[in-house]
Design a protein around this ligand. Structure first.
Ligand SMILES: [Zn+2]
Length: 315
């Protein structure tokens, strides 16, 4: 009898558990006080901004795995299944995640609150090659430069949009999200100021980079970027482009060829070898490795390293 009762209790507990799963599976606005919002983000910068502003009121799941270059990434069935059970989906937009429109259309989760973090940011046109032709693969990436987050002022705007999305989904914690946003808004302002103050007096203004991710950063601080590759990092540069870049490096006495950790440095190294320049890392903050994440790196620490690398290259 006793055994039976224990078993019955266990069955009831299981039934209650599955009911909880069904209830928390309901998306959109949060169901009950005390529950955390389930938020999915597309790739690293918006993931980091969401963690910071959402704090302990949100469960955040990032789609693009650590150490993966996000430009060509697409969600799989497990990502779609997670989206069906999320309250909020946050992506950067401006053409970075080319898959969002199709994926969102296919979802049956009609209560999902969708936040395009770059909304309201003035976008730069996509890169045009010197011969006047747009990049061949720009159908994948839209007509705009998607790398808005590399200007700290834009990153602040992205976090503000994310904060507003969380408030919309979870109005009872509005004050909490607002307070977190305020802390980081100040950090973005400080970062912007230290970029301004560090870079303005430097004599050199041209950077050579592996892929042209730094359009917004360059506009913000009076720099010019020359990309070995275009807006996406995986397109193989043709020999003519490499020759142009080599000439540019020589003519402008560029000291450093920047590459990034998620992409092979082979081409940057070849140009450095040819010109006597050295190579260094400049991160587009598109994805941190597990090692960086475990070491506690984030948008701010990587941008500080970027600033130090730029200073060394341009002084
Ligand atoms: Zn990029």
């Amino acid at each position: 009898m006793k055994k039976y009762r224990t078993r019955a209790r266990r069955i009831m507990a299981l039934a209650a558990l599955s009911l909880t799963i069904i209830l928390t599976g309901c998306a959109g606005k949060k169901e009950a006080a005390g529950d955390k919002l389930n938020v999915m983000t597309s790739f690293y910068p918006v993931y980091d901004f969401t963690l910071k502003v959402g704090g302990d009121k949100v469960n955040v799941k990032n789609m693009v795995p650590a150490g993966t270059e996000p430009h060509e990434w697409e969600p799989g069935t497990r990502d779609i299944a997670s989206l069906e059970e999320s309250n909020v989906f946050i992506y950067s937009g401006a053409g970075m995640e080319h898959w969002t429109e199709d994926v969102l259309k296919s979802l049956s989760n009609k209560n999902l609150i969708v936040v395009e973090a770059s909304s309201g940011i003035t976008l730069k046109e996509g890169h045009e090659e010197e011969d006047g032709h747009k990049e061949e693969d720009d159908h994948d990436h839209g007509e705009f430069d998607p790398h808005v987050w590399l200007d700290p002022k834009n990153a602040k705007k992205e976090m503000e949009n994310i904060k507003n999305g969380l408030v919309n989904a979870d109005p009872e914690n509005k004050d909490y999200y607002e307070a977190n946003y305020k802390i980081y808004a100040e950090k973005f302002d400080q970062l912007d100021q230290s970029f301004q103050e560090t870079l303005a007096p430097l004599p050199n203004k041209s950077i050579v980079v592996s892929h042209e991710a730094y359009g917004y950063l360059c506009s913000a601080y009076g720099l010019t970027q020359v990309g070995i590759e275009g807006l996406t990092p995986d397109s193989e540069p043709d020999p003519a482009r490499m020759a142009e870049v080599i000439d540019y490096v020589r003519d402008n006495k560029v000291k450093t060829i920047f590459f990034e950790e998620l992409v092979s440095p082979k081409v940057a190294e070849a140009i450095a070898k040819e010109t006597g320049a050295k190579t260094a890392v400049l991160s587009p903050v598109e994805g941190l490795s597990d090692k960086e994440l475990n070491a506690g790196e984030d948008y701010f620490s990587v941008m500080e390293k970027n600033l130090a690398a730029l200073k060394e290259a341009l002084e």
